[in-house]
Each structure stands twice: as C-alpha cells, then as structure tokens.
Design a protein around this ligand. Sequence first.
Ligand SMILES: [Fe+2]
Ligand SMILES: [Zn+2]
Length: 365
Amino acid sequence: MSHLELVRGDGIQVVRGWAGGNLELPNLWLRDNCQCSECRVTQTTEKKFHIVDIPVDLEPASVLLEDGELLIEWPDGHRSSYALGDIEALIDVAQPAWQVWPDPYRPQPVDWTAFLADDIVAAKALEDYLASGVLLLADAPVEAGTLEALAPRLGPIREVLFERIHNVEVDPDGYNVAHTTLPLPPHNDFASYTWPPSVQALHMLANETQGGESVLVDGWQILENLRRDQPDHFAALCNTPVPFREFDADNETFSVMPMVRCDSAGNIDGLRYSNQLMQAMDPTRPGVVEFYRAYHELSRRVMSGEARICFRLEGGQILVLQAHRVLHGRQAFTANAQRHLQDAYYEQDNVRNHLTVVRRRMNNG
Ligand SMILES: [Fe+2]
Ligand SMILES: [Zn+2]
C-alpha cells in the first residue's frame, strides 16, 4: 500500500494510486459512514449519527493513510477509521440482472409440493423467476384459496380492492372484460393503482373449455427493442402521464402515471399497460400527438408476437409473473365447459427477501 498517496481536495479526500486511479471520498460521506459504536446503535447496527449535527463544510482536523486504513480525526476530536477494502466493496454493487427469454421459450414447470417444502428447489426456482420474470408451478391443489399457501415463499399477499383472492369466471355481472369469453389483450393488472402489485399469481383451478390459451409478453424486451429502434417513442412513453381507472359499483381506483418507469441509471423498471383500463387523456396537452404515435408503436409490438409465448394453462398449474415486466392475456374461449381461474398478488421485494433468507438458511447448513 506504500504507493498510495493521500491528498486533500475541495470537500473530498483523494487516495491517489488506488486501483491505478484516484479514489475520491467526500468529507460528508466519510463522517456519515463512521462505523464506531458511538455513531451506531450497537444492538441493531443502524446509524445513530445524524448529518444535521455537523457543518456542511466539515473538514478533517487530520488524516492518515496506513496499511490500507484511512484514519481521520475530526475537529471535535471524534476519530473514525475506514478500511479501503470495505469502501471498494461498495463500488459498482451489481444488481440482480434480468435476462431476455431464449427463443423459443417455454417456462419449465416446478413441482408445487417441492417448491413449498424444499429450500434447494425453491432457491433455484426463485432465481430463475428473477431472471425470466416467470415461474410455472405444476401439480398444485385445485381448491379455491390455494394461493394463500404461497405466502411463505412469495408473500405476504398484497391485498387490493375487489377481492383478496380474485375469481376469474364468466360472470354476466362481472366488472372487467376478464369475466367474459372475449380475448384479453396482454396487460398488467391494476394499472389504476399508483403502485400496482409487482407480482401476480394466476391459479388455474379448471380449464375444460375450448380455446382460452394463455399469452405472455416480455414487456421489458419489447421496450428495449423500442428504445433501440425508436428512442423518441421510448422517451414519450416515459414522460407522458396516462390516466387509468378500474371500478365497480363499490370501488373506484384511478391513477395518472407514465406507461414506462426507469430507474435513475436509465434501466427499465416498470411497464404499465392496460388497454381496458386506459382512460381518455386531455387531448390538448402538449406532447399528446407524439405520445399517441409512440403508444401505437408499443401496442403494435405487444400485439405482433414480439417477445410473446402462448400456451395452455392446465388445471392445477399456477403462473407467477413479475407483473411490472411480463404482460398476461388470453385468447377467446367458448363457454362450453368450466373455466375457473383465481389470482392473487404479492410484492417483488418480499420475493427477494424470501430468496435471501432461503440462501442464508442453506449456507448455515
Ligand atoms: Fe389480468
Ligand atoms: Zn464514529
């Protein structure tokens, strides 16, 4: 470490020669991230030090770099030390990456009982789910309410209005096109919520009718293709708020949100797409012409077979979808026999939590 040199900059400390470059450490970051027992709640490791207790132009009274350790004394006498190796571990923290579907793609069924009972099976299935956005469970019970049993792996259930476990059957009084025999264009549910459920499970209890094949579309793959081919269209979808409404006699949900959400690094983070719930927007609003051209192109791709698979969901099978990524729909069917689907919702953060906990349990023996 002797080749490292420490230099003061404007509001920062600079370690020269770190990995062949400069490691720039802001003074406020350094003070905020002191790990000593005075600055932490020792019982929980949470931060106790609060940034308001120092001046914004805080400078160390003295700094020393020794054996890969940065030692700082602050003007009030408080001392902090930092291992440069620990700081390096914070750089470029890799996020779990999603993967495009192979071509052709068919989700491989995972046995229901093994998924619930066996941590090794569950960990593999959840890792595949985070990559593909799809988990297909097979040989599940065909009793109503079975989705409650997925809570230990995916849950808790994210409740929304209408029903805790939604029933999708032909219903002449139904509030949604799903309750008819009409084809359902690919969509995600509850676009009318500011934060729609991020995980959806569709449980087929009985599927004896003709037709009604399930359709899945990888919305993020379509959006990546759109961004590559027509970046102006992509931008219009990110920047134009669109109204969505879902309601019945007792409920009224409404949101006004762009169809595409990106994170601060520009990675696609969410697609909100529902032809049936979309409402009329103010036609005089600037950008509506550009938005509609972009929406037309997005819809052409959603309906064209791009990044789409189609298969029959049999009784006893459950589709779990990353609902802000994968759109679901179905083909028209003939109401000549029983078709009964139930769906329930969960949250992606909780799925990741369960995977982390399962991995921890496996590592501990
Ligand atoms: Fe749906
Ligand atoms: Zn401290």
